[in-house]
Design a protein around this ligand. Structure first.
Ligand SMILES: [Zn+2]
Length: 453
């Protein structure tokens, strides 16, 4: 599932700007009403350039956290919800949540081990090999990874005799990494931690970070810490989902509270510059349905690869440097919601029974934004034993084992992890043979033909 590559980033809450929930307000601001709280939230300045408040282009409403799966015992308890709206800054082009939730709140129950995913391990191995070759890393080199998880990436450097250090805030995961022989510091990567990291590990020739840049609201501090920990001629390599893909494929459901930022190269380039770094190369990769890998170093060390200028130019041409493109995306998403609700409504009116397939975080954004719940969908199924027996946050669909799809035989199943629809269809041939049909919601809601995707 696509959220298997998530990382935890822990930070203190930015109380000046990060509005959490109504209760937090009540305790801080006494008699502030919800309306006033909203107004204050909207006035938050840009997290990138500290300029005027960014303009909201998509408001997904108040939703529970996408990864807060509900225990069956807690079904009757009210869930905590948080505003989820995305905004664009005219000043620095950074796309960001208009309000953020404390990462400590979000990642408290987050427990994923990267090495569980075969395909991601293969990706990590290729990544390590390409970095070793390209930057001429040897046994004398040292590699630092931010949010290093269980050592899924660093293991491939270590095998080549390269010195490694992981930085991983989750204690249980850091322990697993150490047991596997990957030295790992248990802390958040932030300016306050750099001195301690440098006592352990100086002169990193390479600092790597995968899917971590989106999680930390204090992005300027994060990049300053990267600059401080990087050797004079060292390279920092970050990979993250690309906003160009999000816009082009209507992937609005990848927006949830854990993801504070949605990067263009234009935005990340400006942020790097502010931290004394520069992006000297950028490449698109297929992982996560379309990501970008950027390479940074201290400013003025060597020429900038032409791919950077090319992608910046492409972003300008496709409208990523103006509000209009984002505004039209917002309208497109509203349209998708209407179409999906319309499609499911027609099927229900025909007396059809409908369920869902999968319980990914993004499915919760989709269902909660579209207002689809148990009145429409009977249940969902998911392969993860950790999710089975729980309820989806917000919609409260019960999560069952995949065999239940054939067992209960709804007429239709809405695929929530639509990025792996082909794989799911392949696994559920029996359901299709028995007359079941799959629905894919994104980018355009449609019923798949019996033959597959
Ligand atoms: Zn800005």
């Amino acid at each position: 599932m696509e959220e298997t590559q998530e990382r935890r980033v822990g930070k203190t809450v930015r109380l000046d700007s990060a509005i959490t929930d109504g209760r937090a307000h009540a305790s801080r601001a006494g008699e502030m009403t919800v309306g006033e709280a909203q107004e204050q939230a909207e006035a938050r300045r840009c997290l990138g350039c500290d300029g005027a408040p960014p303009a909201i282009f998509l408001d997904l409403g108040r939703t529970p956290l996408a990864n807060s799966y509900v225990r069956a015992d807690d079904a009757d308890r009210a869930e905590e919800t948080f505003p989820l709206a995305v905004a664009y800054c005219e000043g620095c082009h950074l796309v960001q949540l208009a309000e953020t939730v404390s990462p400590a709140k979000m990642f408290s129950e987050y427990a994923y081990f990267s090495s569980y995913s075969e395909s991601f391990l293969a990706h990590a191995r290729r990544m390590a090999e390409s970095y070793i070759e390209r930057f001429g890393l040897t046994a004398e080199s040292r590699v630092l990874e931010i949010a290093s998880n269980d050592g899924y990436l660093l293991q491939y450097f270590k095998r080549r005799g390269i010195g490694v250090l992981g930085v991983e805030p989750a204690g249980n995961i850091a322990r697993v990494a150490r047991e596997r022989g990957i030295p790992t510091m248990e802390c958040f990567f932030e300016p306050g931690a750099v001195a301690a990291i440098l006592r352990e590990f100086v002169d990193a020739a390479l600092i790597a970070g995968n899917n971590v840049l989106a999680h930390d609201p204090a992005i300027n501090g994060f990049l300053s810490a990267v600059a401080a920990a990087l050797k004079p001629r060292g390279v920092a390599a970050f990979e993250f989902p690309y906003i160009g893909e999000l816009l082009a494929n209507a992937e609005f459901d990848t927006i949830y509270h854990e993801h504070v930022f949605y990067y263009s190269l234009s935005a990340i380039e400006g942020l790097a510059r502010r931290a004394g770094l520069e992006v000297f190369d950028a490449e698109r990769t297929a992982v996560h349905g379309g990501s970008v890998r950027v390479f940074m170093r201290h400013q003025g060390r060597a020429p900038i690869v032409s791919a950077v200028a090319e992608l910046l130019e492409q972003e300008k041409a496709s409208g990523l440097l103006g509000f209009e493109r984002y505004g039209s995306f917002g309208r497109e998403v509203a349209n998708l919601k209407d179409r999906l609700r319309g499609l499911l409504g027609e099927l229900k009116a025909d007396g059809k029974r409908i369920a869902a397939y999968g319980a990914p975080a993004k499915g919760n954004t989709l269902l909660n934004y579209c207002g689809i719940g148990r009145e429409t969908l009977e249940f969902t199924v998911d392969r993860s034993p950790h999710k089975q027996g729980r309820l989806l946050p917000g919609s409260h669909l019960p999560i069952l084992a995949p065999e239940e799809l054939l067992g209960r035989m709804p007429d239709y199943a809405l695929i929530l992890p639509w990025n792996i629809a082909g794989e799911i269809v392949g696994q559920q041939r029996d359901y299709i043979r028995a007359g079941g049909r799959f629905i894919v919601p994104v980018p355009i809601p449609r019923v798949l033909e019996a033959g597959g995707a």
